[in-house]
Design a protein around this ligand. Structure first.
Ligand SMILES: NC(=O)c1ccc[n+]([C@@H]2O[C@H](COP(=O)([O-])OP(=O)(O)OC[C@H]3O[C@@H](n4cnc5c(N)ncnc54)[C@H](OP(=O)(O)O)[C@@H]3O)[C@@H](O)[C@H]2O)c1
Length: 254
């Protein structure tokens, strides 16, 4: 169980058409990795890839909700002699949801992308990794998984489930030789946060976030959290008794 490098095989990233996934894909490509780029918008992926040699920036458009599509991409990459060393599940969507605007269909959609989509990538990347007893499986979660927040009933729940899922895999990681990690970022400037009225506390650019993630990928740490000055208070708040936590609502409307 160790961090991977370009000599181990390729990196495969979902959510590579914008925001954090795009910045991370560029960073890995700049470092010399061969990167398979996945998201639904093929034209956006092509425009990222066009800045790099064709043999190193591979465009595989897919919807992460489609398990079969991801499995087919994984099989094709391995069959073409491109072992998947690093798989990063970055595709995600946000939905505001609370007591006043429950929407079961929207909640199912959020879980289908944020949780099942990440599981589909893992299922597609794991057969090769398990055979080789090597690889790195990375899930982009969120700070919203650390603490229930107002209006976060769908998004926060999906990311909490993803963090739980990743931690459960990590128990078997050492023995399987596969490094499993969860990334829990605070606020990052991307199309996802663009509709917000004001930036969140300590909001980072997508490039800064990609830098923090890249650093974490070079370690064996399970959780890559940033910025720490936002995340540690959240982790501590999560330990508070429920009545105290609910009284802090005003602080949480960020
Ligand atoms: N921005 C933040 O403050 C923040 C904070 C913590 C965690 N995160 C997490 O970081 C990840 C990236 O978010 P972002 O902020 O960079 O948002 P973004 O710019 O909106 O990017 C989301 C990415 O996910 C892809 N995607 C969405 N639905 C998909 C689907 N069904 N199939 C395949 N790809 C899909 C999008 O591509 P297509 O539309 O082309 O499919 C896009 O590439 C997400 O998991 C998000 O939850 C973000």
């Amino acid at each position: 169980m160790r961090p991977t490098g370009p000599k181990d095989g390729i990196a495969w990233i979902t959510g590579a058409s914008s925001g954090i996934g795009l910045a991370l894909a560029r960073r890995l490509l700049d470092e010399g990795w061969t990167v398979a780029l996945t998201a639904r918008r093929a034209a956006e992926l092509q425009s990222v890839a066009s800045a790099y040699p064709e043999s190193r920036a591979l465009v595989f458009p897919a919807d992460v909700r489609d398990a079969g599509a991801l499995a087919a991409i994984g099989e094709r990459l391995e069959a073409e002699g491109r072992p998947i060393a690093l798989a990063i599940a970055g595709a995600g969507i946000y939905a505001r949801m609370g007591l006043h605007d429950l929407d079961p269909a929207r909640l199912a959609e959020v879980f289908a992308v944020n949780l099942a989509g990440a599981v589909h990538l893992a299922a597609a990347a794991l057969p090769g990794m398990r055979r080789r007893r090597a690889g790195q499986l990375v899930f982009i979660g969120s700070a919203a998984s650390l603490l229930p927040l107002p209006a976060s009933a769908a998004y926060g729940a999906s990311k909490a489930a993803l963090r739980h899922f990743a931690a459960a895999l990590r128990f078997d990681a050492e023995e399987a030789g596969i490094l499993v990690q969860i990334v829990s970022p605070g606020f990052v400037t991307t199309p996802m946060t663009a509709p917000r009225r004001r930036p969140g506390p300590f909001q980072l650019s997508a490039e800064e976030a990609a830098g923090r993630i890249r650093h974490g990928l070079g370690t064996r740490r399970f959780e890559i959290v940033f910025p720490r000055r936002l995340l540690w208070p959240m982790k501590i708040a999560a330990l508070l008794p429920w009545p105290v936590l609910f009284r802090l609502r005003a602080l949480m409307d960020v």
